[in-house]
Structure formats: structure tokens, C-alpha cells
Design a protein. Sequence first.
Length: 276
Amino acid sequence: MSAAHPAAGGGHVPAGVDRTDGDGIATLTLRNEGRRNALAVDLFDDLDRELDGLESDPGIRVVVITGHGSAFSVGADLAAPSHRRTLRGDSVSADLARLRRVGRIAERLHRLPQVSVAAVNGACAGAGLSLALACDLRIAADTAVFNTAFLGAGLSGDLGGIWFATRILGQARARELFLLPGRLPARDACAAGLVTRVSPDESFAADLAALTTRLAGGAPRAVRAMKDNLRDADRLPLADYLDVESERMVSTFHTDDAREAAHAFLERREPVFTGK
């Protein structure tokens, strides 16, 4: 769903998010035509609404975030009226409320029960990079380029980009990435650990489909529990982590999907998971 619809007579299409579903995979396409999918207010509103539905949708196992056309997202829409008001210094409190709200959107994306994949099809910068880092996995076309970009705009960063980067890359690489911004080609981003894998442009769509199909074939309850484990491993002492890990292991052991996996192993076939 998107709040944005083509204007009559072929006029400007407002920024938004387009959703398509198929085979347990929801694809959310960031769209801000002519602005390389800059993150306008309408786009954030759409994304927030889509996350509302996805968080409780048992039919969706994988969520893909990608960009319309030849870019993923170049970050904040610096031409938007809200940014012009910021430059005039109109309202510090309004800016703070807005940024806290969009920050919660990145947090919601990060905490989705489904596996989230950023399909980076082109330029990915600033807050656009932060959204990509909020996802579980990142696959990039080999012509994609990454850039933290904030310092070049005289800004310190938003949407949790630094929080995500320090956990993905470690403090040293994250400091280099943000304090020395510049164009980072996809293959260099992959070598640094920022990107999960890189695909040639001509096979990007097929490689993405193969990856998401594989992910969608996983046992949903086990995937959710494993994502909880991954988050807790970053914040809990080992003794506390082992307690919650054991609880989740037992809860997934007593599921139809675990029994199906055991039967499939004995019968030498692929399991078919139902989420029960």
C-alpha cells in the first residue's frame, strides 16, 4: 500500500512506499521520483503504516526494502519544506520530535519478527544507509555506492546509523566510515562487512529472489526466536543470555515445524514449514 498515487494528467507523484507481496515475501519500494528516493515526510508516513501491518502478519516471512529506479535512497530530502524550516531555525522542538519519530521507524524495522533484507540497487547514503543498516541482511548490486554523507552536510547522523554500524563493523571501522565519509563501492563495502553479498547488475534481481526464497523457507517461529537471540547476545551477560536462549530452544523444539524437520531428515526430503 502507498499513500501516494499518480497525479491526474501525469503530474508529480508524491513520495511514498509501494508494497508488493508474493510467496511470503513483502517488498517495500522507497519512491521519491526525481529525488533519488530522498526520505521525505510522506515516505516515512507510508513506511510507518506498512510496518504496522507487517509486524502482525503471519503470512509474511521476509521483508525486502529497496529503492525505485536506479537508487536505493540518498538520505534526507534537503529540498523538503521541513528541511528549509530547519535551516531558518524555525522550531528546534518540532525538529526533535520529527527525528525521534523517524528514529522509531528505524527501530521498528530492526525489530521486525521477519527477516529483513535491504536490496541496495544504487546510491545509498545518509539516512538511506541507516535504513539499510537497520535490516538483518544487505545485498547490493555491483554498481551500488555507499556514503555516510552526514559530515558533508554539516550533520551528525540520524536513524541509528552509527548505532547499527558499530555493531556490524566494530568501533574502528565505524569511526572510519563516519568520520572520513566518501564513496564506498559495493565490493569494498562487502569486504568491510557492511554488505552481506554483491551481485552483478544483470543478475541482481535473480540473486535477490533466490536469497529471499531461501529465507522464506525457514521455520517462522525459529527465525523469530533466533532474531531475539541475536539481539540479546549483544546486550546480555552470558549467564542471562544462556537462560533466555534455553527457553527459546525448548519452545521451538516443541513445535510442528521441529517435528516436520526431523521427519524430513529421516525421509531425505526438504522440510515444509508452516509456522506452527
